[in-house]
Design a protein around this ligand. Structure first.
Ligand SMILES: [Zn+2]
Length: 309
C-alpha cells in the first residue's frame, strides 16, 4: 500500500495505491494560511479516514508528495517557493511521514508526478518517450525519455514549456524572462491580454467581457465574440509553438494534454494536430496527441507510484 498526496493551489488530493490500483481518493480544500504545516493535520485526517474505510491493515510502503515547485527528488528537497505553502522547504516532511505512517517519503514536481501517473495508469501507458503539458493557470510540462523521467542538474529540464520564449519583444514573465509562452497563453495572463487588446474602462469591461478563464474564453469564441476569437487564436498559435518546440527538444512518441484547457479540447486538439503535421519534419501522425485520462488524479497516482521504491 502506498499513499499519494498532490498539493495543489486550491485543493489537496490524496489517494491510496494498492496492487497497482488507486483504491481510495480524498480531497481537502486548501486554507488561505500560506503554510503547509497548518495543512498537515487535515491531510493526515483525510488519509487516516481513507485507511480506516478501506480497512486494509496493510503496511504503508511509501508516501509520495507532488507539489508545484522545483523539486530535487533524489534528495527530497523543495527548491522554489510556492505562495500557498511558503514554509514547505523548511518542513521535515520525511519525519512527518515516518512518524505518522512508519514509511519513507518521495517528493516530486507535480507535472513529473502527473506524467508518471498517466504513464502507469492512463493516456500514455506503455510509452517510452512522452511529454505532458498542463495548460491552465500556468503551463507545466514534464518529459519521459527512454522510459525515465528526464532529470537534470538544477531540476529544470522538461520544465521548458511554460517558459520557452516565443516572443522576444513580449512582456515580462513572472519568472523574470521575456515573452514566455505563459505570458500569452495561460489563464494568469488572460486579464493582461484582455487589457492590452481592449483598453477600456474597467466597470464597462466587467459588463462586456464575459470570459476570465479558458472555458469561458472558448465559449465566447464559439459564439463569435471578436475579442475572444482573437485571444483564442493567439493561444492556439502559442500552444502550437510550444508543442513543436517540445517535439524538437524531446522527440516524444506521444504528447498528453492536461489542465484547464481540457474542457475545450474539441476546439484545441484538431488545430494542434494540424500544426504538428504541418510543421514538424516527421511523417504525418508520427506523434500521438491525446488528452489526459486522469487529469485530476494523475498527480496522486504518480506520486504514490514513485514512492514504491
Ligand atoms: Zn517565464
Amino acid at each position: 500500500m502506498n499513499i499519494g498526496i498532490d498539493l495543489g493551489g486550491t485543493r489537496i488530493k490524496t489517494g491510496l495505491l494498492h496492487e497497482g490500483m488507486i483504491v481510495a481518493k480524498s480531497i481537502v480544500d486548501v486554507t488561505d494560511s500560506g503554510s503547509l504545516a497548518s495543512e498537515l493535520p487535515g491531510i493526515e485526517k483525510s488519509i487516516q479516514d481513507m485507511l480506516r474505510k478501506y480497512e486494509t491493515g496493510k503496511e504503508i510502503n511509501g508516501v509520495g508528495i507532488a507539489l508545484p515547485c522545483l523539486v530535487d527528488s533524489d534528495n527530497n528537497l523543495i527548491l522554489s517557493d510556492y505562495v500557498k505553502y511558503r514554509d514547505a522547504a523548511k518542513l521535515d516532511l520525511a519525519d512527518w511521514v515516518n512518524r505518522t505512517w512508519g514509511a519513507g517519503l518521495i517528493i516530486e514536481n507535480d507535472a513529473k508526478a502527473a506524467l508518471t501517473g498517466e504513464m502507469q495508469f492512463g493516456a500514455c501507458r506503455g510509452a517510452s518517450n512522452a511529454v505532458l503539458l498542463t495548460i491552465g493557470t500556468g503551463i507545466g510540462s514534464a518529459v519521459i525519455m527512454n522510459g525515465k523521467l528526464l532529470k537534470s542538474r538544477n531540476h529544470l529540464a522538461g520544465n521548458l514549456a511554460g517558459h520557452m520564449c516565443i516572443d522576444y519583444r513580449g512582456v515580462t514573465c513572472n519568472c523574470g524572462s521575456t515573452g514566455c509562452a505563459e505570458t500569452i497563453a495561460s489563464s494568469w495572463a488572460l486579464p493582461e491580454r484582455i487589457n492590452s487588446l481592449h483598453p477600456i474602462e474597467s466597470s464597462y469591461k466587467r459588463e462586456t467581457i464575459k470570459f476570465n478563464d479558458f472555458r469561458s474564453l472558448f465559449e465566447a469564441a464559439a459564439k463569435e465574440d471578436k475579442l475572444a476569437l482573437k485571444i483564442e487564436k493567439d493561444c492556439l498559435i502559442a500552444w502550437s509553438a510550444v508543442l513543436i518546440n517540445m517535439i524538437y527538444a524531446y522527440d516524444p512518441e506521444i504528447i498528453v494534454l492536461s489542465g484547464g484547457v481540457l474542457g475545450s479540447a474539441g476546439r484545441i486538439i484538431p488545430y494542434l494536430r494540424n500544426e504538428i503535421d504541418k510543421c514538424s519534419w516527421l511523417k504525418k501522425n508520427n506523434i500521438q496527441l491525446v488528452v489526459a485520462q486522469h487529469p485530476d488524479w494523475a498527480g496522486v497516482m504518480g506520486a504514490a507510484w514513485l514512492s514504491r521504491i
